[in-house]
Design a binder for this molecule. Structure first.
Ligand code: PRP
Ligand code: MN
Ligand code: MG
Length: 182
């Protein structure tokens, strides 16, 4: 079972639900009278996106984009690849980029720059997790769920080698799973 590979639970389902509600409340307040377009950065953000959007009360649209920089390892390769682009145009739109985790910043610094060039009316970043210790590229965050220590976390959309995304909570992976000590 997946559970056996988890060292400890970092955020339970209840804690995640509470924090996602708080973020949604901020967005509802900030976008009153507007119609934001939420952009989910696949694949990691799919669970957060689904939970967050169901708590958004202003009219909004959604779109998806897929980028990958980690491959099968635990550290970013620094090479960001777009594997699926947005379906819609973002020019003149109030966009909110929704991510599961901001780590080195490689993915988001690349992505935000790319999206900015398409001339949205406004652009904000919403990330559930932020691992500031590992930052290589500076990225401005508008909505952040939790700052976390430098540990390899999985679940609630986050993977290790494409697994564990289906865990309903966020847990710290046992180092032995990725060939570390322990
Ligand atoms: C992970 C995560 C973020 C990014 C953060 O995605 O979902 O998108 O890495 O890391 P960074 O700040 O160091 O760039 P990944 O490339 O593993 O693809 P995935 O979302 O499909 O898991
Ligand atoms: Mn990702
Ligand atoms: Mg990944």
């Amino acid at each position: 079972m997946l559970e056996q590979d988890i060292e400890r639970v970092l955020f339970s389902e209840e804690e995640l639900d509470k924090r996602v509600s708080e973020i949604a409340a901020e967005i509802n307040r900030d976008y009153a009278g507007k119609e934001p377009m939420l952009i989910s950065v696949l694949r990691g953000s799919f669970v957060f996106m689904a939970d967050l959007t169901r708590k958004i009360e202003v009219p909004c649209t959604i779109d998806f984009m897929s980028v990958s920089s980690y491959g099968k390892g635990t550290t970013s390769t620094g090479q960001v690849q777009i594997t699926k682009d947005l379906s819609d145009d973002i020019e003149g739109k109030d966009i909110i980029v929704v991510e599961d985790i901001l780590d080195s910043g490689n993915t988001l610094s690349y992505l935000m720059e790319l999206l900015r060039a398409r001339k949205p009316a406004s652009m904000k970043l919403c990330t559930l997790l932020d691992k500031p210790d590992r930052r290589v590229k500076e990225v401005h965050v508008d909505y952040s769920g939790f700052a976390i220590p430098d540990e390899f976390v999985v679940g609630y959309g986050l993977d290790y080698a494409e697994k564990y995304r289906n865990l309903p909570y966020i847990g710290i992976l046992k180092p032995r799973v990725y060939g570390g000590e322990g």
